[in-house]
Design a protein around this ligand. Structure first.
Ligand code: PMP
Ligand code: GLN
Length: 384
């Protein structure tokens, strides 16, 4: 294995979904919905397949989708983007993360990243030759500690890789927290790559504030998102990067050698979703909120300390209240004990042991049908 991949474990999501399949467990691990997105959007993809839209799209994406993404950013956030220079379609947000880091980070550049982190960030920072500098969102409330953020910045820091709404904690960064990030970025002349794939999946009165909308931030912010989360098409892998032309250009510069272009027939369908189903994500968020409440109440009933998330697909619990000291051991034993799969949050930390800040934290997905959540909870309740 090349050194650029050394020390990076196989992704926990493949491991845990395989475990769920093998043991017939209820999969509350990997975050994917068990109901697909809007049928008219699927029909639009079928129409594109049947009407000959099956050859290479332009590298930046089909114009209809770039224009729809620009309209989306204007409608929701008042951001004005040039769809030809300031939007690049990618193969999911995963490729957007990869292309952004490969396109921007030089060997030795330091990247400040929220910990726990989505696992592809670690792999891609390393593949780009960068050095990660984690800032930990700590239990029980997983807020951003601005002093820790400031302390993580060194003369070699060039980037912040942000994620809000945040996977796995479910924290939605407040305007105050984001303002602090913006101040640090301006003060140290940093570029911020912000992963906002859960932008529409927020609950109660928590509101997603795109970092790019803060004063002085547009020109130093690259924003990433995806149709996977907003429209429940995680398998379509249609994402996008938006921002100033130089940052989006760097994404394209790397993307052209990764995939060249992304799947043609799905792009007009996602454009249709953004333009014609603008309220669908908000309805999904309302549904998810009820499922969040169902899951959190059930986890509390079985004796887990659970933090009610402000957004995303995920709730985090502390398993020490059940007498367990290590989340990974807990999650590896859970299929056998209860027939349920969950994700140990410690694998999203620099210290992946039980002694680290994520050691007793376990992530549960609630982007599932209520019946599936109830089944999982009933199994947990009857576990030994
Ligand atoms: N970032 C975060 C924080 C995620 O949770 C996910 C979901 N899998 C992704 C990126 C990847 O998105 P996509 O499936 O569009 O590649
Ligand atoms: N984003 C989803 C999660 O965090 C799925 C990720 C994946 O399968 N790579 O569970």
């Amino acid at each position: 294995l090349a050194s650029r991949l050394q020390g990076i474990a196989p992704t926990v999501f493949s491991q845990m979904s395989a475990l769920a399949a093998r043991t017939g467990s209820v999969n509350l691990g990997q975050g994917f919905p068990d109901v697909d997105g809007p049928p008219d959007v699927i029909a639009r993809a079928v129409a594109a397949l049947e009407s000959g839209q099956n050859q290479y799209a332009p590298g930046t994406g089909v114009p209809a989708l770039r224009q729809a993404v620009a309209r989306h950013q204007r409608r929701h956030y008042g951001l004005d983007l040039d769809p030809d220079a300031q939007v690049c379609v990618t193969t999911g947000a995963t490729e957007a993360v990869a292309a952004a880091l490969l396109g921007l980070v030089n060997p030795g550049d330091e990247v400040v990243v929220l910990e726990p982190y989505y696992d592809s960030y670690v792999a891609m920072i390393q593949m780009a030759g960068g050095v990660r500098r984690p800032v930990t969102l700590r239990a029980p409330d997983f807020r951003l500690d601005v002093d820790e953020l400031r302390a993580a910045v060194t003369p070699r820091t060039r980037f912040v890789l942000l994620n809000s709404p945040h996977n796995p904690t479910g924290t939605v960064l407040t305007r105050e927290e984001l303002t602090a990030v913006a101040e640090v970025a301006v003060e140290h002349d940093l570029v911020v790559i912000t992963d906002e794939v859960y932008e529409h999946l927020t609950f109660d009165d928590h509101e997603h504030v795109p970092l790019a909308t803060l004063p002085g931030m547009f020109e130093r912010t690259l924003t990433l998102s995806s149709a996977g989360k907003s429209y429940s098409f995680t398998g379509w892998k249609v994402g996008w990067a938006t921002g100033p032309a130089d940052l989006v250009g760097a994404v394209l510069a790397a993307k052209q050698w990764l995939t060249f272009t992304s799947g043609s027939p799905l792009q007009p369908a996602v454009a249709h979703a953004l333009d014609e189903e603008p309220d669908w994500p908000a309805a999904l968020a309302r549904d998810l909120q009820a499922r969040r409440d169902l899951l959190c109440a059930g986890l509390a009933d079985v004796g887990l300390d659970v933090r009610v998330p402000e957004g995303t697909y995920f709730a985090t619990s502390d398993i020490s209240s059940l007498g367990w000291e290590d989340g990974l051991s807990f999650c590896l034993a859970l299929p056998e004990r209860a027939g349920v799969v969950a994700i140990p949050s410690q694998v999203f930390h620099d210290d992946p042991t039980g002694a680290g800040p994520g050691g007793q934290l376990v992530r549960w997905a609630f982007c599932k049908e209520p019946g599936v959540i109830r089944d999982g909870l009933a199994r947990l309740a009857s576990a030994d």
